[in-house]
Ligand binder design. Structure first.
Ligand code: PMP
Length: 299
């Protein structure tokens, strides 16, 4: 599934550092850390009329990722919320909107890797676009396991939501070459980690399983699914999962802000059913409850 450009996004306003710019003028410097080294952190947010899904958790993850990378002037949640509100208001957006929130280490005084070259503060970007869910959640998606392993903590901690996405982009290229929708990434030990841009769950005999977060992003949608399982007495386990186990699951689905819950109908050419009643119940439960997780932008 390849996203297409939406003409409604041609004239959007984008917040960069301290104010809004029209799309054609919204830029960062060639000296910005994101250009120099992928040195930035980010979040994807979904907007509903009721508010932004799990906003506070997303802002916490952004700030924690920035702290791990030793950013110096991490903006407050209030500052970020004001910037988001300003951007959504300027674009008249309250639904069908996805926000790419990026915080770069900022502009360097000269090209180079050293964070001491960053002397003018971090740079917040609020890119809000008209964008419905990216996957067709009725037909589901096909995936292929990739030779590219997902980063484990001894190399680069997958809990940092950073912009150095080459690990996942290489997996996505392998999926593209194979004509599939996403790359299934294993961890350094050969257990299932996640897809290149979303987390994974499987169902077997009415029980729900998902990999530990050793080598995947601790997704916020993933956390919501775990919470919904606990609240509804659905047995759920975090554990190591092998390819054989996932090929033979009764149902498999991906989770992420971009696509919410998406059934996976094929893994490495093996068909996976999308008719499992427990999976259907869980997907419906998520759809019914998602608006309860929306947080309005007050103040
Ligand atoms: N894994 C990866 C690698 C991702 O990039 C994302 C989306 N940012 C996810 C999982 C899903 O995370 P979330 O549910 O917080 O959107």
């Amino acid at each position: 599934m390849l996203q297409t450009s939406n003409p409604k996004n041609d004239s959007i306003q984008i917040f960069v550092k301290d104010r809004l710019y029209p799309r054609s003028e919204a830029k960062v410097s060639v000296f910005d850390s994101s250009v120099q080294g992928g040195d930035a952190v980010w979040e994807g947010l979904r907007v509903y009329p009721e508010g932004i899904v799990c906003l506070d958790k997303h802002l916490t993850r952004l700030q924690e990722s920035a702290k791990t990378l030793a950013f110096e002037d991490i903006p407050s949640k209030e500052f970020i919320k004001r910037a988001i509100r300003q951007t959504l208001e300027a674009n008249g957006m309250s639904d069908e909107t996805h926000i790419r929130l990026t915080l770069t280490r900022g502009e360097k005084i000269t090209s180079g890797m050293d964070p001491r070259l960053n002397q003018s503060g971090s740079c917040l970007i609020v890119l809000a676009e008209w964008k419905p869910l990216v996957y067709d959640n009725n037909s589901g998606i096909k995936v292929i396991s990739t030779s590219q392993r997902r980063n484990a903590p001894q190399f680069l901690d997958s809990k940092i939501h950073h912009n150095n996405l080459l690990n996942n982009i290489i997996a996505k290229i392998q999926a593209n070459v194979a004509g599939k929708d996403a790359g299934l990434m294993l961890d350094d030990r050969g257990f299932v980690a996640e897809l290149n841009g979303s987390n994974l769950f499987m169902i077997k005999e009415g029980k729900v399983f998902t990999p530990y977060t050793h080598a995947c992003l601790p997704g916020i949608t993933r956390a919501t699914v775990l919470e919904l399982c606990h609240q509804n007495n659905i047995q759920v386990f975090e554990q190591d999962i092998t390819l054989s186990q996932i090929y033979n699951a009764d149902g498999v689905f991906a989770t992420g802000t971009m696509g919410e819950l998406t059934p996976i109908v094929e893994i490495d050419g093996r068909p996976v059913p999308k008719t499992d009643k427990h999976m259907i119940t869980l997907i419906k439960l998520f759809k019914d409850k998602i608006r309860d997780y929306c947080e309005p932008l007050q103040g």
